[in-house]
Design a binder for this molecule. Structure first.
Ligand code: HEM
Ligand code: SF4
Length: 562
């Protein structure tokens, strides 16, 4: 993975010193809160319901074992013993003390981490495919471009005060695992007929109050021109974005208002004016960065069949191991290797995406033993060990089992994406975590979940959509009606190559109703499902109506019985 050079290290070290001084002045009263607020947000420090929350950047979701151990130490020493991995491949700590925050940043800087640009109206952490560099369907390894753009966007003086925050996602595989269509800018890296890297640029996607999918604004851009083109794009947004209205300030509103063709023309016009003054990426720059992403020392191994791999396990563990193998592993580019997804949706009573310090320490150690000391964070709030020898898979599975990290539920109903909601977030309209727990509780039979197949449920505690409810097959959104918590359900959202935004089924439900409403939706799916259809396929075939009819009739009947 990328190693800081002296410029990177000097930058984060200087930022720690600066922040220490700012906190000292806040604590001695010389810096009032309104002046301190933007300064702390520039270091990812939010003030939430109960305490300070720190969002730490994990560039394109890649961590070393050493970094994960440090995060575990921070969770243990400064938080309540756990951290929360987010859909933007970051980690959040929810229970921090202001006076300890410079110390925490100093510990992060020691392992080449920081919280710069994890908040504010700037280019945020760039996200990517958690299987980058190992994915079987990869066309271009996105990591060097992610890193070049990270360096380009970090503390870029012209884009320090954009109309709103700006999120870039990059994908280089045939299948989109970075949800590029739901981002302000999504980059698709490809190879042209001469094997040269080019980029398709999508702009204007995002969730929140007005969910929109991004539009293609530029095809086949030579990768070298990314800085000048993105510069032009951000300038257009900086100039025309709706600074007057917070709800209309995202680039998606500008792209929608102008139309993708006109927006793209504006960018081209700006590009003509400014491109000569903006240096292109060069082959030598790419080569410098790409050195950090060379293939690890793979052994020369032959591929094993599934049966062979299952054969490694003990007789008693065979059934469970084969399920885990099917759901939680992914084909690798290199023969004899496999990628493993570590489920963070595994334990009763803990929030999706949460990992305890003990679990973080365990995963860090397992990454050392089994996967070249590297860990990835997924957009679905799970972890990945990308480079595991197939012949050692059962040994890894056993170790993960001991730490409650081997739940075979990847892509299944209980692999929910869930925001912190009203338990932590000061913006929430409703709680998300207890809703997730109540749903998970009624689906504790893995065999049944397995039969239901791929099905996503995402939950957000308010319209900001941190839980990505819009792109879930079943989305749940917390809404506030006269001070009471209600939940609106959407159906038909999807991520990946067929990214779609779900439609609202009808009037909202109370928290108590949600588990049974989910069960009814599943019941309709099971009634109409053909052969091995996935939920989304059945929904697309039969539409909203059968679901709506059943759920609301049932709701009415329930009311009559009360
Ligand atoms: C308690 C801490 C959090 C606060 C205060 C917060 C705040 C916000 C706000 C204000 C927005 C709306 C931005 C807009 O209008 O576009 C937003 C959106 C978003 N947040 Fe959070 N958030 C928090 C936690 C999280 C977590 C835990 C995740 C991941 C699970 C997350 C991921 C996102 C994403 C993906 C969006 C998406 C919508 C988009 O950009 O299109 N946030 N958040
Ligand atoms: S969706 Fe709303 S409630 Fe949930 S974390 Fe985001 S801002 Fe908070």
């Amino acid at each position: 993975m990328y190693q800081y050079d002296e410029i990177d290290q000097a930058l984060v070290d200087a930022r720690v010193d600066e922040f220490r001084n700012q906190v000292e002045r806040r604590l001695d009263g010389s810096l009032p809160e309104e002046e301190f607020r933007p300064l702390r947000l520039q270091n990812g420090l939010y003030l939430q319901r109960h305490a300070y929350m720190l969002r730490v950047a994990i560039p394109y979701g890649i961590l070393s074992s050493r970094q994960l151990e440090q995060l575990a130490m921070i969770a243990n020493r400064y938080d309540r013993g756990y951290g929360h991995f987010t859909t933007r491949q970051n980690i959040q700590f929810n229970w921090l003390k202001l006076e300890e925050s410079p110390e925490i940043l100093a510990y992060l800087a020691k392992v080449q981490m920081h919280a710069i640009q994890t908040s504010g109206n700037v280019v945020r952490n760039i996200t990517s495919d958690p299987f980058a560099g190992v994915a079987h369907d990869e066309q271009v390894d996105p990591r060097p471009i992610c890193e070049l753009l990270r360096q380009w966007s970090t503390l870029h003086p012209e884009f320090a005060f954009l109309p709103r925050k700006f999120k870039i996602a990059i994908n280089g595989a045939t299948y989109d695992r970075a949800v590029i269509m739901a981002h302000d800018v999504g980059l698709l890296l490809k190879k042209d007929e001469h094997q040269k890297m080019t980029v398709d640029i999508y702009a204007g996607g995002g969730m929140g109050r007005t969910p929109l999918l991004a539009s293609l604004v530029k095809s086949d851009l030579p990768w070298q021109q990314l800085p000048s083109y993105l510069n032009a794009l951000l300038r257009v947004y900086n100039r025309y974005g709706r600074r007057d209205n917070l709800y209309k300030a995202r680039i998606k509103i500008l792209v929608k208002a102008l139309g993708a063709t006109q927006f793209s023309k504006e960018v081209e016009d700006q590009w003509i004016v400014s491109r000569d003054r903006s240096a292109d990426f060069t082959d030598s720059e790419l080569a410098r960065v790409a050195k950090s992403f060379t293939k690890p020392a793979y052994k020369s191994l032959s591929n094993q069949t599934r049966e062979n791999m299952i054969h490694q396990s003990s007789a008693t563990a065979q059934k469970a191991f084969s399920k885990w193998l099917e759901r939680n592993t992914k084909e690798h580019q290199v023969s004899g290797y496999i990628s493993v997804v570590v489920s963070l949706k595994n334990h009763q009573g803990s929030a999706p995406g949460d990992a305890t310090s003990e679990q973080m320490m365990a995963v860090a150690k397992l990454a050392q033993e089994f996967s070249f000391s590297e860990i990835r964070v997924t957009h679905e709030q799970n972890l990945v060990l990308a480079d595991v020898e197939q012949s050692r898979l059962f040994a890894l599975y056993q170790e993960l089992t001991q730490h409650s990290l081997a739940r075979s539920n990847i892509g299944l109903l209980t692999d929910m994406i869930v925001c912190p909601g009203g338990d932590f977030c000061s913006l929430a309209n409703a709680k998300s975590l207890p809703i997730a727990a109540a749903i998970a509780e009624q689906y504790d039979n893995l065999d049944y979940l397995y039969d239901l197949g791929n099905l996503s449920i995402n939950i957000s505690g308010c319209i900001n959509s941190c839980g990505h409810h819009h792109v879930a097959n079943i989305g749940i959104l917390g809404v506030d009606k006269d001070g009471t918590e209600w939940y609106q359900i959407t159906l038909g959202g999807d991520q990946g190559n067929d990214t779609a935004i779900g439609k609202v089924i009808g009037p909202s439900f109370s928290a108590e109703q949600i588990p049974s409403v989910i069960a009814q939706i599943i019941e309709v799916f099971e009634q109409h499902r053909l052969a091995q259809e996935a939920f989304i396929e059945t929904y697309q075939r039969i539409g909203m109506e059968p679901f709506k009819e059943f759920v609301y009739q049932k709701a009415e009947r329930d009311v009559e019985h009360v």
